[in-house]
Design a protein around this ligand. Structure first.
Ligand SMILES: [Zn+2]
Length: 278
């Protein structure tokens, strides 16, 4: 039992804005997510080597490839365990062929030929010790991705939570998987269940503290859904015309361009989902 004084290092990918984190204890390092591309993964691996401590394990917070693609670069040639809740492991394996089909043309050799899957399945509420650090796992279920989880670092410091993509800190969001209502539910749950001063290490943008950003993300999602509904139902738009109209509305809410492509990719799938009443 030697938790207490871990240092959390944020790693920002080059390929596009996505974070991985390194939890450094007195004797080792735990990586939380790994970003998408192999070149970023190798750079992250070099950062671990610079710390001069062994990599005790890797955690995958949710099922999106911009968080697990580069796990390959962290663990290849070793038996470092990769942890995820069962639902995350299941979805990553089920969707692998489809992700290969979509991501290979977009990212070429950056997307690993051989993807590394989780090797240790953990359960909701479980306390997981990895090297010298311990985490309490919250299996969140569908939300931003088809399966999300939160990993709460046990330490003497304030509460620190690796929250996946629960919040995109002032970046546009991916809503194409069709779980927007569950995502809203998860934001309300985080507000209820996590301490008000918890620090949330999120997948995109700076870490957040306090409930304001949870409300900001809720309003982003609700604005997006309303923009799709009104563009499709009231104005009869589809395809590119609808995407442009929704993008204009969302850039009033958030003027920046970071990850705008993810938001644009989400418009048509959301229209179809809403139209089919799901
Ligand atoms: Zn992400």
């Amino acid at each position: 039992m030697t938790h207490g004084l871990q240092i959390v290092h944020r790693f920002q990918a080059n390929l596009f804005p996505v974070n991985a984190y390194l939890v450094e204890s007195a004797s080792d390092v735990v990586a939380v997510d790994a970003t998408l591309g192999l070149s970023d993964g190798r750079w992250l691996r070099a950062r671990i080597d610079e710390l001069g401590k062994p990599l005790a394990g890797v955690i995958v917070t949710h099922t999106h490839p911009d968080h697990y693609g580069a796990v390959t670069a962290l663990v290849e040639g070793s038996d470092v365990p990769v942890y995820a809740v069962g639902g995350v492991d299941d979805v990553i394996r089920q969707d692998d062929a489809e992700k290969e089909r979509i991501l290979r043309p977009m990212f070429g050799e950056e997307w690993p030929l051989k993807r590394a899957f989780p090797t240790r399945r953990v359960r909701d509420g479980e306390r997981v010790s990895i090297g010298n650090s311990s985490f309490r796992v919250v299996d969140v279920g569908p939300g931003e991705s088809p399966h999300d989880s939160w990993w709460i670092l046990e330490s003497n410091a304030h509460t620190r939570v690796f929250a996946g993509d629960l919040v995109y800190n002032h970046m546009h969001a991916y809503l194409a998987d069709g779980f927007a209502e569950q995502w809203l539910h998860n934001l309300a749950r985080a507000k209820r269940e996590l301490p008000a001063d918890a620090e949330l290490f999120v997948g995109h943008g700076d870490p957040i503290r306090g409930p304001q950003m949870l409300d900001w993300q809720r309003d982003y999602i609700e604005t997006f859904l309303e923009a799709v509904r009104s563009g499709a139902d009231r104005d009869g738009l589809t395809g590119d015309a609808l995407t442009e109209a929704v993008a204009r509305r969302m850039k009033q809410y958030l003027p920046g361009e970071d990850l705008e492509f993810l938001m644009r990719l989400s418009v048509e799938p959301t229209r179809m989902r809403l139209a089919s009443g799901r």
